[in-house]
Design a binder for this molecule. Structure first.
Ligand code: FES
Length: 80
């Protein structure tokens, strides 16, 4: 595995799913397969991360993104 790949952890727990984590994951997957982010990220679906009230929850690097949107995730990816 390319060690420079950034890991994106997306909660797949039921509360986050209700808040749209599945759609968010698909959107991020689509974006990271094309364009400038192609091949630079690895998406990992996790179990509940215990931030259910703030779903969908995504972790990029050491940053926890609560109420995540694709925009917030891509902004964080560019920073990290
Ligand atoms: S379901 Fe996502 S943090 Fe609990």
């Amino acid at each position: 595995m390319n060690s420079n790949r950034k890991l994106i952890f997306i909660c797949g727990g039921s509360d986050c799913k209700k808040c749209g984590s599945k759609e968010l994951r698909k959107e991020i997957q689509r974006e990271t397969k094309t364009g400038e982010l192609k091949g630079s990220c690895k998406i990992i679906r996790t179990k509940c991360m215990d931030f259910c009230k703030s779903g969908p929850v995504v972790i990029v690097g050491e940053q926890i993104i609560k109420k995540a949107t694709s925009q917030k995730v891509f902004t964080q990816l560019k920073k990290s």
